[in-house]
Design a protein around this ligand. Structure first.
Ligand code: NI
Length: 224
């Protein structure tokens, strides 16, 4: 399932993230890539030792984790520390699949869901599309600032070379309580139907049946 979440960050939040990133040090991104991915990765990443980085991460990640649509689409169990990446002219990230196991030795987790948060507008750069190989062919994603795309970490994907301007994103990965992407997609659909029924006719017998089915299907599939 490829899912977009619009407007995760508002203009104020985007302003402060970009202000921070404008004056921060970036290093070459190869250091954080696996072996095969490292060969095709050409970007810059916010230095892990950058001052006040934790505050930036906390501000963005707490907004993400509190978002109800994100919760219902991803069922996050463990979330990685995000990477803030910059692609300037000529930079890109060739075809690859994200590492299956992430984290340090004391806190390893499986990557089930990959996430990109767009931090500047599509008009700011030419090229730089995120191209994802899906069951229905390749799909290209280039979203307005503040929008998010989620996709299964098992998908092959790439970032097309930036032809002009600069692409600024945050990427992160998570282990989901629901491992299979088909199950997450089915739960998400049912969650949306349940949300609508609860809003429109909370006392209806149909609403109650859908609610119980959603909750118990989730109970059947979650791994804690
Ligand atoms: Ni990737």
């Amino acid at each position: 399932m490829l899912l977009q979440i619009p407007d995760l960050l508002d203009a104020n939040q985007l302003g402060s993230v970009r202000q921070y990133l404008d004056q921060a040090d970036f290093v070459h991104g190869k250091a954080t890539a696996g072996k095969a991915a490292g060969n095709v990765k050409h970007n810059l990443e916010l230095d892990r030792a950058a001052p006040m980085r934790d505050k930036l991460v906390e501000a963005v990640m707490s907004t993400l984790l509190a978002h109800r649509v994100f919760q219902a689409a991803a069922y996050p169990a463990r979330v990685s520390t995000p990477i803030f990446a910059r692609y300037t002219e000529g930079m890109g990230y060739g075809d690859h699949v994200d590492d299956p196991v992430m984290g340090e030795a004391d806190g390893r987790y499986r990557s089930d869901v990959s996430l990109t948060l767009f931090l500047n507008d599509p008009d700011d750069y030419e090229g730089g599309e995120l191209t994802i190989d899906t069951a229905f062919g390749e799909q290209q994603v280039k979203l307005p600032a503040g929008h998010v795309v989620l996709y299964p970490s098992s998908s092959r994907h790439r970032v097309e070379p930036v032809i002009s301007g600069e692409r600024l994103v945050m990427v992160t990965w998570l282990q989901s309580q629901v491992r299979e992407s088909e199950r997450r997609a089915l739960l998400f659909d049912l969650w949306r139907a349940r949300e609508q029924l609860l809003a429109e006719s909370p006392e209806d017998e149909t609403t109650k049946r859908v609610d119980v089915s959603y909750v118990n299907l989730m109970r059947m599939w979650v791994e804690i």
